[in-house]
Design a binder for this molecule. Structure first.
Ligand code: BES
Ligand code: ZN
Ligand code: ZN
Length: 483
């Protein structure tokens, strides 16, 4: 929980102070600091035990409370990411284990710095603990009462709301695949939009999908006991003539690879393969909470890539919603199939002015960019630039990769219009997948975010714990808000 108060009172069980090396060197202690604390800080400063280097935490008892000094390093090197890491690092310090209320004094009163503190708290201390038996010795950090020593502002309330969307996304991705099925996503979205007059919900189940011809999507789900779903929320928050943005998320509740079964080491985390659709749900939650004045379509393409005698097979040739025939080179390249149909359907029935899709699409994106950058590809430079601006503003990183006409050679088929894997093994898999999607967007401005590396991690990185990160949620909430 986060509360605000106008100025620091130094009366909580613990007080957390962030300090740059420059402030520490100049003995620039926070305003309102009681004399006895000032005295203690001076003595720590002259002892040299704490130097305010980045990620350093120093704990000292003071008048029955704990004071934590958290180093930020040199001011110039302490950007938005490092600030969030500092907040997470300090709040996870073992000395706070038995502390319930913490007063936090931000390093600067600038909006950007306060938002970094808020996100450092809410994103940095998130943990998926549903299946961990609670221990009295180690209560969850997120249950603590965080008191921010700044006056409350709309921008801060907004940042908190955005983090709630991120948390929804992370919970959906972290939860077992057996629980988060297509139907569960439908229920989640139904709950989100219920009572909102600007939003209308359309859900296509198996029957409706057969009727309209979402054949690629149906094929991917054929081995599953769960029904596939195409979930579309139409949110008319803008004016009539404002453009429509479609956000389309890949929603594979589990990706076994299908008949091209994934090997051990690659399959264990594949419940994360619905992270694109979970991010769309997170952005939807934020859009509703912030009552954004935009027109947007929130599309979640839900399926499960399971194995069964009825599963679709390598070598099959299938016809997409838009009529394109597709040779199945590998059943593990299923995300692009589901997305191709969703893109075709949404373009045809809802006529958006731009499309942004989010997908845990390729392992190759992890090879290319690692886990910190989402891969961005686009057929429109202005759209790509706008997304990059939002990425910088929200600390939700993206890096653009190229698309060029000759990529079409990579996915040529001898028996169909296009193939779902590359003819050139082991190279540029992220571009191949993006090129495949490009075939289905036609002339609509489009951007594709490959979040395979950023959505889910088996190690801690930056200010994220292991598991789901909610990548794309802050980015696209900001993007919609800017439009
Ligand atoms: N869901 C995977 C991609 C993925 C890999 C997501 C690792 C998150 C972490 C996707 O459906 C897939 O299996 N892609 C294949 C494509 C290949 C068969 C052309 C891949 O990346 O290996
Ligand atoms: Zn796959
Ligand atoms: Zn997949």
């Amino acid at each position: 929980m986060i509360r605000f108060r106008e100025r620091a009172r130094f009366d909580a069980e613990a007080v957390l102070l962030f300090i740059t090396e420059e402030q520490w060197g100049g003995k620039a202690f926070p305003a309102g600091c009681p004399d006895s604390l000032r005295e203690s800080l001076r003595s720590v400063s002259s002892s040299g035990f704490f130097r305010a280097v980045a990620r350093e935490v120093f704990v000292m008892p003071w008048e029955g409370r704990l004071v934590l000094l958290a180093g930020l390093g040199k001011k110039e090197a302490c950007g938005p990411t490092e600030q969030r890491i500092a907040v997470r690092t300090a709040l996870r310090d073992p000395s706070l284990r038995r502390v319930k209320t913490i007063e936090i004094i931000p390093f600067s009163m600038k909006d950007e710095a306060v938002v970094a503190v808020i996100e450092g708290i809410l994103i940095g201390t998130y943990a998926w603990t549903k299946y961990v038996t609670p221990s009295r010795e180690d209560p969850p950090v997120r249950d603590k009462d965080h008191i921010l020593a700044v006056a409350e502002k709309a921008a801060y309330r907004r940042a908190i709301a955005v983090c709630e969307g991120v948390t929804l996304t992370r919970d959906l991705v972290n939860e077992n695949a057996e629980i988060v099925t297509s139907l569960y996503m439908e229920k989640t979205v139904r709950d989100l939009v219920s009572g909102c007059s600007a939003a209308s919900l359309e859900v296509l189940g198996r029957k409706e999908m057969e009727k309209v011809g979402l054949r690629l999507h149906l094929a991917v789900n054929r081995g599953s006991r769960n029904e596939p779903k195409l979930i579309v929320v139409r949110y008319a928050g803008g004016r009539k003539k404002d453009p429509w943005t479609a956000l389309i998320g890949k929603g594979l509740t589990f990706d076994s690879g299908g008949i091209n079964l994934k090997p051990s080491g690659h399959i264990e985390t594949m419940r994360c393969d619905m992270a694109g659709s979970a991010a769309v749900a997170g952005v939807l939650k934020n859009t509703l909470a912030l009552k954004l004045k935009v027109n947007a379509l929130f599309v979640m393409a839900m399926a499960e890539n399971a194995i069964d005698a009825g599963s679709f097979k390598p070598g099959d040739v299938l016809r997409a919603y838009d009529g394109t025939t597709v040779e199945i080179g590998n059943t593990d390249a299923e995300g692009r199939l589901v997305l191709a149909d969703a893109i075709g359907y949404v373009r045809d029935r809802h006529r958006p002015d731009r499309i942004i899709d989010l997908a845990t699409l390729t392992g190759a994106c992890i090879v290319a960019l690692g886990h910190d950058f989402t891969g961005l590809t686009a057929n429109d430079d202005r759209l790509a630039e706008a997304i990059r601006r939002s990425a910088r503003a929200t600390d939700d990183w993206v890096w653009r990769l190229p698309l060029y006409p000759e990529l079409k050679d990579h996915i040529k088929s001898k028996v169909a219009d296009v193939k779902n894997i590359s003819n050139y093994r082991g190279v540029a898999g992220t571009l191949t997948a993006a090129e495949f999607l490009r075939r289905f967007v036609g002339d609509c401005p489009w951007a594709h975010l490959d979040i395979a590396g950023t959505a889910f991690n088996d190690h801690e990185r930056l200010y994220f714990t292991t598991g789901a990160t909610g990548s794309g949620v802050r980015l696209l909430t900001h993007f919609l808000d800017q439009e």
